[in-house]
Design a binder for this molecule. Structure first.
Ligand code: GTP
Ligand code: MG
Length: 201
C-alpha cells in the first residue's frame, strides 16, 4: 500500500465543481492545527505537498489530490478557528456538510483528532453529526509521538481513551480508529492499509 504517485488536481469552491470521474474519495477533516497538512505530507512522503496548493486566507476550498491515479485524498476546510464559537454550525456547515452529503464517491471521512489534548466538544459534535447522517467515519488520532510528555494536564493515552469513551454516546458500533504521528510516521502504513481495505468493499 505505497503512495507511488500524488498530484494536486484542483481546488473547488463549490461542491458542484468537484471532480466527477467517480474515483473513490477519502476526506480529511479536523480542527485547525490538528496536524492535517503534516499527516497528508507524511502519507504522500513529500514535504509541503499539502501546503503548496492551499489557498491563503479564509477561502473555503475543497482540495482534491489524486493518489496513484486511482483515488482521491480530499482536504476539507478545518473548523474551530480561534474566534469561532465551540459550534460547528457556521460557514463550515453549509459548505463542508454539503460535500459530505452530496459526494457520491465519498468512501469515508477521516476525522483527525489531536491526541495531545483532552477530548474537544467540537470534535465530538462533528463525529456525532457524521454518525447521524450515516457518513462512514474513521477517527485518526494525530501527534501520537507526544506519549512521554504530560500535555495539558493529561497523558496521551487518557486523551485517546477519553475521546473514545465519549464517542460511544453517538455510536452503537464504534468507528475504526488509528493512532498516527507525522513526526515518527507511526500509523502511516496502517492508515494506508485501512484506506485500501475500505476501497475494495
Ligand atoms: P491548519 O492548516 O493551520 O489548519 O493546521 P493543520 O491541521 O494543517 O496542522 P499542521 O499540519 O500545520 O500542524 C500544526 C502544528 O502541529 C505544527 O506546528 C506541526 O509541526 C505540529 N504537528 C503536526 N503533526 C504533528 C505530529 O504528528 N507530532 C507532533 N509532535 N507535532 C505535529
Ligand atoms: Mg494545514
Amino acid at each position: 500500500y505505497r503512495v507511488k504517485q500524488s498530484a494536486f488536481v484542483q481546488a473547488s469552491t463549490r461542491v458542484s465543481d468537484c471532480p466527477k470521474d467517480g474515483l473513490p474519495e477519502f476526506a480529511f477533516v479536523g480542527r485547525s492545527n490538528v496536524g492535517k497538512s503534516s499527516l497528508i505530507n507524511a502519507l504522500v512522503q513529500k514535504k509541503e505537498f499539502a501546503e503548496t496548493s492551499k489557498k491563503p486566507g479564509k477561502t473555503q476550498v475543497i482540495n482534491h489530490y489524486l493518489i496513484n491515479k486511482s483515488w482521491y485524498l480530499v482536504d476539507l476546510p478545518g473548523y474551530g478557528f480561534a474566534n469561532v464559537p465551540t459550534d460547528i454550525r457556521s460557514t463550515w456547515n453549509t459548505f463542508t456538510k454539503g460535500y459530505f452529503l452530496r459526494s457520491d464517491s465519498l468512501v469515508c471521512v477521516l476525522l483527525l483528532v489531536d491526541a495531545s489534548i483532552p477530548p474537544q466538544a467540537i470534535d465530538l459534535d462533528c463525529a456525532d453529526w457524521l454518525g447521524r447522517n450515516r457518513v462512514p467515519l474513521t477517527v485518526v488520532f494525530t501527534k501520537c509521538d507526544k506519549t512521554r510528555k504530560k500535555v495539558d494536564g493529561g497523558k496521551l493515552e487518557d486523551n485517546v481513551r477519553g475521546f473514545l469513551r465519549l464517542l460511544k454516546k453517538s455510536y452503537d458500533q464504534m468507528p475504526p480508529w488509528i493512532m498516527t504521528s507525522a513526526v515518527t510516521n507511526n500509523g502511516r502504513d496502517e492508515l494506508l492499509q485501512h484506506l485500501y481495505t475500505l476501497r475494495t468493499y
